[in-house]
Ligand binder design. Structure first.
Ligand code: UTP
Length: 480
């Protein structure tokens, strides 16, 4: 077939593509194909080829044309958890767990995994969220904070800890360039493994047609953090982990500069209990805090989204006044490598369900070719959530962490969970660490911190690490 005239291969490909699209009622996405130049045509066909159209067709029926409503099961109980501070009868178990966790890390059997494929729409930052300057004094980026943490871990445990980072086709090139420019933040580049997650088409909410964001481009969005459990497999990351002898994956998000990417106690509790996937929780600050809650649904540890938890349950209190359903999910998990494999080797399709979200998405009008900006939600996006894997575990544990110790998320441009609140929380933790070593930290009469403090993760990732650091007697008030 070397004699085929030039361009023939392309029209073959076009025909094949059209056929697939026709079989699922989405051939309109080729409506402006002929108006594109050669590169544009190629890109459009590539984009179409990246989509699993039979999956899309199935989801149109189940999730776009219809709403899958969440029904609360008959029995719903709070999930049990390991408390942050061990009770007397747990002390020995915690000691053993910490040692086991340290052993696993020291033997190089634990990898850290950061999901960074999200669009970060709420933060409204011009770039991948991981590049956002997060710290109060040096304006260190989220990626650099995490990298610093990892360097400190490798130094403390004298162990190799590979770092897997899930990007998306949208931010992958920017993230790779950022790591290159910063010489991988002094990490060994062969130990930093990036791979993009898959994208999903965006559908018109009334017609269920796939939307175009430009005449020659589909409107696609990342398939949710749950897509990480699929992409780990399809990208070859799991195979790479197996080659390196990795057994456990420490899963965290890109948007929390205080997160403990490696927590030996949590690792040990999870490993000794033989759990497939485990979670950290924080007691909810109030009944309406917008976090999912760990429950037992039909006996299985599950996360119920805050919008799905009935008010009557959210507000239920125990005799001591504490919320009955208070174990809030903060998206920190430990996942056994074999569990990821099992999710991907079930017959049929990948094990996690999709969730429907209605969004405002600008789109190309199929008749005029012009961009239309809708005022009300006009589109359906489909996403998978990582915590949907929990009920598929035979064993799953929950461990309570301390809010001030590892939770300073950056989600919104301002208000709650914003760069401002995150910086304040970072400084508060630093202040408490300094205080434990006798350093005087200036506070006003209400106890509010009156200083600007930052402790680099390469200096300390826990209060104890400051023991070997020369510290001042007191911190100067003010700053900024
Ligand atoms: P969020 O759910 O907070 O979403 O992601 P987001 O994309 O960061 O921000 P918004 O909602 O658009 O404002 C939690 C974590 O999951 C990752 C994010 O990068 C973040 O670390 N994530 C989310 C993915 O990796 N892929 C996705 O498809 C969605």
């Amino acid at each position: 077939s070397g004699k085929m005239p030039k361009g023939h291969g392309m029209s073959d490909r076009l025909l094949r593509t059209r056929k697939i699209l026709e079989s699922v009622g989405q051939e309109h996405v080729l409506g402006f194909y002929e108006n594109q130049d050669e590169v544009g045509k190629q890109n459009l066909l590539d984009q179409i080829a990246s989509i699993d159209w039979s999956e899309a067709a199935r989801l149109v029926e189940t999730h776009v044309k219809h709403h899958v409503s969440f029904t609360l099961p008959e029995t719903i109980e709070p999930a049990p958890w390991y408390p942050n501070v061990p009770t007397e009868d747990l002390k020995e178990q915690y000691q053993r767990a910490r040692e086991r966790g340290e052993e696993l890390v020291g033997e190089g059997k634990v990898a850290v995994f950061t999901v960074a494929g999200g669009q970060g729409t709420r933060l409204d930052y011009n770039g991948p969220k991981g590049m956002f300057p997060a710290t109060p004094i040096t304006g260190t980026s989220l990626f650099a904070c995490l990298a610093g943490y990892l360097r400190k871990v490798q130094e403390k445990f004298e162990a190799a800890v590979p770092w897997y980072i899930m990007t998306s086709p949208v931010n992958d090139a920017d993230i790779r360039a950022f790591f290159e420019q910063n010489q991988y933040f002094e990490l060994d580049p062969t130990m930093v493994i990036m791979f993009p997650q898959q994208m999903m088409p965006t559908f018109d909410a009334t017609t269920a047609k796939v939307l175009l964001e430009a005449p020659g481009r589909l409107a696609l969005s990342p398939n949710g953090h749950g897509g990480s459990l699929k992409a780990l497999h399809t990208s070859g990351a799991i195979a790479d982990m197996k080659r390196r002898g990795i057994e456990q994956i420490s899963y965290t998000q890109v948007d929390n500069p205080l997160v403990h990417m490696i927590d030996p106690l949590f690792i040990g509790l999870h490993a000794i209990d033989g759990a497939q996937m485990s979670s950290k929780m924080l007691p909810k600050a109030s009944p309406n805090e917008k976090v999912g809650v760990f429950c037992l649904l039909d006996g299985k540890v599950s996360v119920i989204e805050y919008s799905d938890l009935p008010n009557t349950l959210a507000e239920q209190r125990l005799e001591n006044g504490q919320l009955r359903f208070r174990a809030g999910s903060i998206a920190i998990h430990l996942i056994h490598v074999d569990f990821v494999e099992s999710l991907n080797s079930r017959r049929g399709h990948f094990a996690l369900p999709f969730h429907r979200a209605e969004k405002i998405v600008p789109y190309v009008d199929f008749n005029s070719g012009k961009i239309v900006e809708s005022k009300a939600p006009n589109a359906v996006k489909l996403e998978m959530f990582v915590f949907d894997a929990l009920p598929l575990c035979a064993t799953s544990i929950v461990y309570e962490t301390a809010r001030l110790d590892e939770f300073a998320p950056i989600k919104n441009a301002c208000g709650a969970d914003s760069p401002q609140t995150s910086r304040a929380l970072q400084m508060e933790r630093a202040a408490r660490w300094l205080t434990t070593h006798g350093v005087r930290v200036p506070r006003d009469v209400e106890g509010k911190l009156n200083a600007t403090i930052e402790i680099r993760p390469t200096t300390a990732i826990c209060a104890d690490d400051l023991r070997s650091v020369p510290l001042p007697v007191a911190i100067e008030p003010g700053g900024e």
